[in-house]
Design a protein around this ligand. Structure first.
Ligand code: ZN
Length: 165
Protein backbone atom coordinates (compact mmCIF):
# COMPACT_ATOMS: atom_id res chain seq x y z
CA UNK A 1 0.00 0.00 0.00
CA UNK A 2 1.25 3.44 -0.81
CA UNK A 3 0.27 6.48 1.13
CA UNK A 4 -0.32 9.61 -0.86
CA UNK A 5 1.40 12.69 0.38
CA UNK A 6 0.34 15.92 -1.25
CA UNK A 7 3.53 17.19 -2.85
CA UNK A 8 2.10 20.65 -3.42
CA UNK A 9 3.18 23.16 -0.82
CA UNK A 10 0.44 25.26 0.68
CA UNK A 11 2.28 28.46 -0.08
CA UNK A 12 3.69 29.35 -3.45
CA UNK A 13 4.54 33.01 -3.83
CA UNK A 14 6.75 34.81 -6.29
CA UNK A 15 9.52 36.95 -4.94
CA UNK A 16 7.56 40.13 -5.69
CA UNK A 17 4.59 38.88 -3.69
CA UNK A 18 6.90 37.93 -0.83
CA UNK A 19 8.44 41.36 -0.75
CA UNK A 20 5.06 43.08 -0.91
CA UNK A 21 4.14 41.44 2.40
CA UNK A 22 7.23 42.65 4.25
CA UNK A 23 8.96 45.82 5.36
CA UNK A 24 12.69 46.27 4.81
CA UNK A 25 15.24 46.28 6.23
CA UNK A 26 14.77 43.87 9.13
CA UNK A 27 16.15 46.18 11.79
CA UNK A 28 16.79 43.42 14.32
CA UNK A 29 19.37 41.78 12.08
CA UNK A 30 20.92 45.09 11.03
CA UNK A 31 21.51 45.71 14.74
CA UNK A 32 23.18 42.34 14.97
CA UNK A 33 25.68 43.44 12.36
CA UNK A 34 24.31 41.95 9.17
CA UNK A 35 24.58 44.13 6.10
CA UNK A 36 21.52 45.61 4.48
CA UNK A 37 22.69 44.05 1.24
CA UNK A 38 22.81 40.47 2.47
CA UNK A 39 19.45 40.73 4.28
CA UNK A 40 17.91 42.23 1.19
CA UNK A 41 19.28 39.51 -1.06
CA UNK A 42 17.55 36.90 1.11
CA UNK A 43 14.33 38.96 1.36
CA UNK A 44 14.54 39.08 5.15
CA UNK A 45 11.92 41.57 6.32
CA UNK A 46 9.51 42.54 9.03
CA UNK A 47 5.93 41.32 8.94
CA UNK A 48 3.44 43.57 10.72
CA UNK A 49 0.84 40.80 10.50
CA UNK A 50 3.00 38.36 12.42
CA UNK A 51 4.92 40.98 14.38
CA UNK A 52 8.10 39.02 13.69
CA UNK A 53 11.00 39.03 11.30
CA UNK A 54 10.20 36.77 8.37
CA UNK A 55 12.79 34.68 6.55
CA UNK A 56 11.16 33.40 3.34
CA UNK A 57 11.91 29.82 2.32
CA UNK A 58 12.27 29.38 -1.42
CA UNK A 59 11.83 26.19 -3.43
CA UNK A 60 14.61 24.19 -5.04
CA UNK A 61 14.52 26.40 -8.12
CA UNK A 62 14.81 29.50 -5.96
CA UNK A 63 11.75 30.97 -7.65
CA UNK A 64 8.77 30.43 -5.38
CA UNK A 65 8.48 30.96 -1.67
CA UNK A 66 6.97 27.79 -0.19
CA UNK A 67 7.11 28.71 3.47
CA UNK A 68 8.32 31.11 6.09
CA UNK A 69 10.41 30.91 9.13
CA UNK A 70 10.10 33.68 11.73
CA UNK A 71 12.37 35.24 14.27
CA UNK A 72 11.12 37.13 17.29
CA UNK A 73 12.83 40.50 17.68
CA UNK A 74 11.66 40.88 21.28
CA UNK A 75 14.10 40.43 24.15
CA UNK A 76 14.39 37.02 25.85
CA UNK A 77 12.55 36.69 29.16
CA UNK A 78 14.44 35.13 32.07
CA UNK A 79 11.27 33.64 33.53
CA UNK A 80 9.58 31.86 30.63
CA UNK A 81 12.59 31.66 28.28
CA UNK A 82 10.42 32.94 25.46
CA UNK A 83 10.70 36.37 23.90
CA UNK A 84 8.54 39.32 24.87
CA UNK A 85 8.80 42.90 26.00
CA UNK A 86 9.35 43.60 29.70
CA UNK A 87 6.03 44.15 31.44
CA UNK A 88 4.17 41.97 28.95
CA UNK A 89 2.76 38.77 30.53
CA UNK A 90 4.73 35.60 29.79
CA UNK A 91 1.74 33.99 28.10
CA UNK A 92 2.33 36.33 25.17
CA UNK A 93 5.92 35.19 24.79
CA UNK A 94 7.12 34.17 21.33
CA UNK A 95 9.52 31.37 20.51
CA UNK A 96 12.86 32.69 19.30
CA UNK A 97 12.39 30.94 15.96
CA UNK A 98 9.19 29.59 14.46
CA UNK A 99 8.27 27.94 11.21
CA UNK A 100 5.09 27.84 9.19
CA UNK A 101 2.79 25.05 10.36
CA UNK A 102 3.01 21.96 8.18
CA UNK A 103 6.22 23.00 6.43
CA UNK A 104 8.24 19.92 5.42
CA UNK A 105 11.42 21.11 7.04
CA UNK A 106 12.91 17.63 7.35
CA UNK A 107 13.39 17.55 3.59
CA UNK A 108 14.42 21.17 3.20
CA UNK A 109 17.76 22.91 2.99
CA UNK A 110 17.80 26.70 3.20
CA UNK A 111 19.64 28.35 0.30
CA UNK A 112 19.80 25.06 -1.61
CA UNK A 113 18.88 26.62 -4.97
CA UNK A 114 21.69 29.17 -4.77
CA UNK A 115 24.14 26.54 -3.54
CA UNK A 116 23.36 24.35 -6.55
CA UNK A 117 24.11 27.18 -8.94
CA UNK A 118 27.10 28.57 -7.07
CA UNK A 119 30.49 28.45 -8.66
CA UNK A 120 32.15 27.06 -5.57
CA UNK A 121 33.95 23.75 -5.03
CA UNK A 122 32.31 23.24 -1.64
CA UNK A 123 29.28 24.25 0.38
CA UNK A 124 29.10 24.80 4.13
CA UNK A 125 26.41 23.02 6.09
CA UNK A 126 25.14 25.16 8.96
CA UNK A 127 22.24 25.32 11.40
CA UNK A 128 20.26 28.40 10.57
CA UNK A 129 19.66 31.15 8.02
CA UNK A 130 21.81 33.73 9.88
CA UNK A 131 24.80 31.38 9.52
CA UNK A 132 24.16 31.27 5.77
CA UNK A 133 24.09 35.08 5.63
CA UNK A 134 27.35 35.36 7.58
CA UNK A 135 28.98 32.98 5.14
CA UNK A 136 27.54 34.95 2.24
CA UNK A 137 29.04 38.16 3.59
CA UNK A 138 32.40 36.42 3.76
CA UNK A 139 32.06 35.18 0.19
CA UNK A 140 31.15 31.57 0.97
CA UNK A 141 28.11 29.49 0.13
CA UNK A 142 26.16 27.69 2.82
CA UNK A 143 22.98 25.74 3.23
CA UNK A 144 21.11 25.55 6.53
CA UNK A 145 19.30 22.62 8.14
CA UNK A 146 16.80 24.79 10.05
CA UNK A 147 17.84 22.82 13.09
CA UNK A 148 20.81 21.23 14.72
CA UNK A 149 20.56 17.72 13.30
CA UNK A 150 20.54 16.46 9.74
CA UNK A 151 17.69 14.24 8.58
CA UNK A 152 18.03 11.38 6.10
CA UNK A 153 15.98 13.38 3.60
CA UNK A 154 18.39 16.29 3.85
CA UNK A 155 21.33 13.95 3.57
CA UNK A 156 19.97 12.47 0.35
CA UNK A 157 19.69 15.83 -1.42
CA UNK A 158 21.26 15.76 -4.83
CA UNK A 159 24.43 17.63 -5.60
CA UNK A 160 26.39 17.90 -8.83
CA UNK A 161 28.88 15.05 -9.00
CA UNK A 162 31.80 17.46 -8.96
CA UNK A 163 30.66 18.91 -5.67
CA UNK A 164 31.47 17.68 -2.20
CA UNK A 165 29.17 19.00 0.49
ZN1 ZN B 1 8.29 35.65 30.15
Amino acid sequence: MTIDVDPKPALRLTRDRVRDRLTFPARHFLERGFSRKILDSFDVGYSAKRDRIVVPLYDEEGIHCIGDTFRSYKPPCGTCRKHHDPGVPCKYGQQKWGIMRGFAKRAYLYNYAAALRADSPFVFLVEGPPDVWRLGEAGYVGVALLGSSMTDEQHRKQWPSTRRS
